[in-house]
Design a protein around this ligand. Structure first.
Ligand SMILES: Nc1ncnc2c1ncn2[C@@H]1O[C@H](COP(=O)(O)OP(=O)(O)OC[C@H]2O[C@@H]([n+]3cccc(C(=O)O)c3)[C@H](O)[C@@H]2O)[C@@H](O)[C@H]1O
Ligand SMILES: Nc1ncnc2c1ncn2[C@@H]1O[C@H](COP(=O)(O)OP(=O)(O)OP(=O)(O)O)[C@@H](O)[C@H]1O
Ligand SMILES: [Mg+2]
Length: 267
């Protein structure tokens, strides 16, 4: 990989990144007038890093672990282990969601795994917002830059949050930040998965690894031409084009709903 990509993706000062993100998060919560923050902790790297940063920003943190039938037992154990490490024994709840999810899917008569998976993500969002309101806290999002750019999240599900502290870091960087923050190895080394259905992995569903996608996303954001990116990253042009298409097609997930303007009715 070329130096430019290495500099952008590989050589961040994670001590500095940590202090900037923790301070920004503390300030954001203070300015919001809310008392603290809540995070859904899944046993995956994004929520582990976000929960760790939140616990460094404020004592007023709260965690929800919300397993479904497709959540591996190891994930629940990893989530609870992390919460204990962060001192969250009295500041968390485990809320299984299958009963609620089944009610929703029955109502629309669908067992489609993507539709039911999105119901799971949105059920978690509802529980996080309800608990946040009860505590007078904000909902702290866990999305990283790779997922955000690719649109690899459920709109108004895990995408429905108040702030995205690690949204400026690519997935490969979040893993490195996790190592720096001493997130348990079982979480740092775990392949990313939304766990919305059994056997689902992020890289399997996306059809590309984050190690490959991240440099391409990085250069796309820099405005580089597809052909140049293919040469620079040694990724097939067809894959570069597919990644670019994912970014384009998910634009609607990264912006508020379009409001139709009626200012110029005569035009
Ligand atoms: N052009 C447009 N303008 C405005 N809205 C548009 C639109 N095109 C679609 N939409 C709307 O967007 C909907 C589709 O988006 P959405 O409901 O999100 O659904 P969709 O993107 O189909 O599915 C979510 C994807 O994210 C993955 N995911 C979900 C949750 C967590 C994680 C994770 O990494 O942990 C990953 C999941 O595995 C799946 O591949 C459409 O049904 C439609 O309502
Ligand atoms: N079982 C769960 N309990 C609590 N929150 C969950 C659960 N599953 C998903 N979430 C929430 O949804 C977010 C999105 O899931 P996602 O899988 O992208 O993140 P992750 O598991 O933290 O990291 P990774 O992307 O590496 O798997 C999680 O970070 C978490 O906030
Ligand atoms: Mg996950």
């Amino acid at each position: 990989m070329q130096k430019l990509i290495k500099d952008g993706l590989g050589s961040l000062d994670y001590a500095r990144v940590t202090s900037v993100l923790v301070n920004r998060l503390r300030e954001y919560i203070d300015k919001s007038g809310k008392k603290g923050g809540i995070v859904g902790v899944s046993g995956g790297i994004d929520s582990a890093v976000t929960a760790t940063l939140l616990s460094m920003a404020t004592q007023n943190f709260y965690f929800l672990v919300m397993p479904s039938s497709s959540t591996p037992q190891d994930d629940v154990e990893d989530a609870l282990g992390l919460i204990k490490k962060l001192g969250g024994e009295l500041k968390h709840r485990v809320i299984p969601i299958d009963d609620v999810v089944d009610k929703f899917s029955d109502k629309i008569e669908s067992k489609d795994k993507v539709i039911v998976g999105n119901i799971k993500a949105r059920t978690r969002m509802i529980l996080l917002y309800a608990m946040a309101q009860k505590l007078d806290y904000l909902v702290i999002g866990t999305g990283d830059k790779s997922e955000l750019m690719l649109g690899y999240f459920t709109k108004y599900g895990d995408g429905g949050v108040d702030v995205l502290p690690i949204g400026g870091l690519f997935k490969t960087q979040v893993r490195k930040l996790g190592e720096y923050l001493k997130v348990p190895e079982s979480i740092v080394k775990k392949p990313s998965s939304p766990a919305l259905w059994e056997g689902q992995t992020a890289e399997g569903e996306l059809g590309v690894s984050y190690e490959v996608a991240d440099p391409v996303l990085y250069l796309l954001e820099k405005g580089k031409k597809e052909e140049e990116i293919a040469v620079e990253t040694q990724v097939d042009l067809s894959l570069v084009l597919r990644i670019k298409e994912m970014v384009k097609r998910s634009q609607h997930k990264r912006q508020p709903p379009e409001i139709f303007d009626i200012e110029n009715l005569s035009a």
